[in-house]
Design a protein around this ligand. Structure first.
Ligand SMILES: Nc1nc2c(ncn2[C@@H]2O[C@H](COP(=O)(O)OP(=O)(O)OP(=O)(O)O)[C@@H](O)[C@H]2O)c(=O)[nH]1
Length: 441
């Protein structure tokens, strides 16, 4: 039964080819340099992201196109893992400079592994955005495909570096890595891992970050024991809102198969550079006892093998550039995976499905969006270069269809409007998006 068709015409926007700008790569700063407010590098390495083709065949050709390797190409494949909602897609989008991964405040927004590509100068970073690590039981609750349980593990196997994202605003889970994350790290311990404390903008006391670092690293970073002196605490707190990477000493030796790891200068508590070990002692607010006991006990564990710790806000972009510099510095000699004009390996249709799902998750109440099946009925370029899309949203229950449509088509109209806007920003052309709600017979 077909219920409604909500259509939208979108504003004209100027279609512009954005020139690729020359870029500069610089070494990463150490963590405490940031905490201690060492002035930021003035020059930015920001570069405009390439466009995504609206044409599936063109996009597929681009993906198999021989990469335009520079003379000395370097590459780094980065898997971003963490609990659902930690901010993996938000971080990937910030690093890429364009929104190509769906983001929502509900869990399991990302339903399949997708890649984002950053090409700067001679370096290519391939970001493997993964679904949140979860268990089979939780997967059943959210009507998840089996691939969601497997994909994140696969991405780590392919990676040269793993970023483990932790949501520091998550009061219940921030003091320990989840069992799934720990399993993934220990089964892939040959792949260097970096801890990223995300959502620092939501913390009132930045001193808490030092506590979390101790807990989540078991007090060890880069082969060195972390001790946090109160001096650092007061400095860190006096730089409220100033976050960055924390680093502990030099890497003692190269692990088999690993790359040379750049060990940036280390700051002591007094801010002097060049010491062997980061010395710091936590004086920040202690971890609340209730998060440590009973059911969380078996999960209360950190990972003592992280190479670095970064503290940032993916949504504001705060310190994301610091992380990006670090990733660029970790790239190793090797051929690129993609042509420099590739931004993602997703097809334009997949991008569209993901962005519409994001809006459904954001706008609809808890259980409804997980029950919707999406299919693209029409995808064509109009005579003036506009993109015309018709997507079917099929639900099983009639009351879900009603909620999806909303009074006078308000809900479905909002979904179409917001998704259409995002699609225009990705494809840089006019988008005419129609959404059709159906109830499965
Ligand atoms: N305040 C704040 N919110 C953030 C930050 N990073 C992400 N978020 C929000 O956190 C929610 C989840 O972000 P996502 O990027 O979808 O998280 P994810 O880890 O990809 O989620 P899954 O796909 O479920 O695994 C969204 O509402 C984001 O806007 C941050 O640094 N600060």
């Amino acid at each position: 039964m077909q219920i409604v068709v909500a259509g939208l015409d979108f504003l004209q926007i100027e279609v512009r080819r954005i020139a690729r700008l020359p870029v500069r790569c610089c070494a990463s700063k150490s963590a405490l340099e940031n905490i201690l407010s060492v002035p930021k590098q003035e020059e930015s390495i920001r570069q405009y992201a390439p466009l995504v083709s609206v044409n599936k065949v063109e996009q597929e050709l681009l993906l198999v196109h021989q990469p335009d390797q520079p003379e000395k190409p370097r590459v780094l494949r980065v898997a971003i893992i963490g609990s659902p909602n930690a901010g993996k897609s938000t971080l990937s989008n910030q690093l890429l400079g364009r929104k190509i991964f769906p983001v929502s405040s509900k869990v399991h927004t990302t339903r399949c592994q997708a890649q984002g590509v950053i090409t700067e100068g001679e370096i290519q970073i391939v970001l493997l955005d993964t679904p949140g690590l979860t268990t089979a039981a939780k997967g059943k609750r959210h009507n998840l495909e089996k691939s969601l349980l497997v994909d994140p593990w696969d991405s780590v196997k392919e990676a040269n570096l793993v970023l483990v994202l932790v949501d520091v605003s998550d009061h219940w889970n921030r003091y320990n890595l989840s069992l799934e994350v720990l399993k993934c790290l220990s089964q892939n311990s040959h792949v260097p891992a970096v801890l990223v404390l995300n959502k620092v903008d939501l913390l009132k006391s930045k001193g808490l970050l030092l506590d979390l670092t101790i807990e989540l690293t078991e007090g060890m970073v880069n082969g060195k024991k972390l001790k946090i002196k109160s001096k650092v605490k007061s400095l860190a707190q006096s730089t409220q809102g100033d976050c960055g990477a924390m680093e502990a000493g030099h890497l003692p030796e190269k692990e088999p198969g690993s790359r040379d790891v750049h060990a940036a200068p280390v700051c002591q508590a007094d801010g002097q550079i060049g010491a062997q070990e980061t010395v710091a002692e936590s004086g920040a607010e202690p971890a609340p006892k209730q998060h440590r006991g009973n059911q969380h006990l078996k999960h209360k564990q950190g990972w003592p093998h992280f190479r670095e710790v970064f503290m940032l806000s993916a949504v504001d972009g705060d310190e994301v550039e610091t992380l990006k510099h670090y990733l660029l510095s970790q790239a190793q000699p090797g051929p690129w995976d993609y042509h420099s004009t590739v931004l993602t390996d997703q097809s334009p249709q997949q991008l569209c499905i993901n962005l519409i799902r994001e809006k459904l998750l954001e706008i609809l109440p808890q259980e409804v969006p997980y029950s919707i099946t999406q299919s693209t009925e029409m995808w064509e370029e109009g005579p003036s270069g506009e993109l015309r899309i018709l997507q079917n949203l099929t639900v099983v229950k009639k009351n879900h269809a009603k909620m999806l449509i909303g009074t006078g088509g308000q809900v479905i109209g909002k979904v179409a409007r917001e998704a259409g806007q995002d699609l225009m920003n990705i494809f840089l052309c006019d988008v005419h998006l129609k959404l059709c709600v159906k109830v499965k017979k």
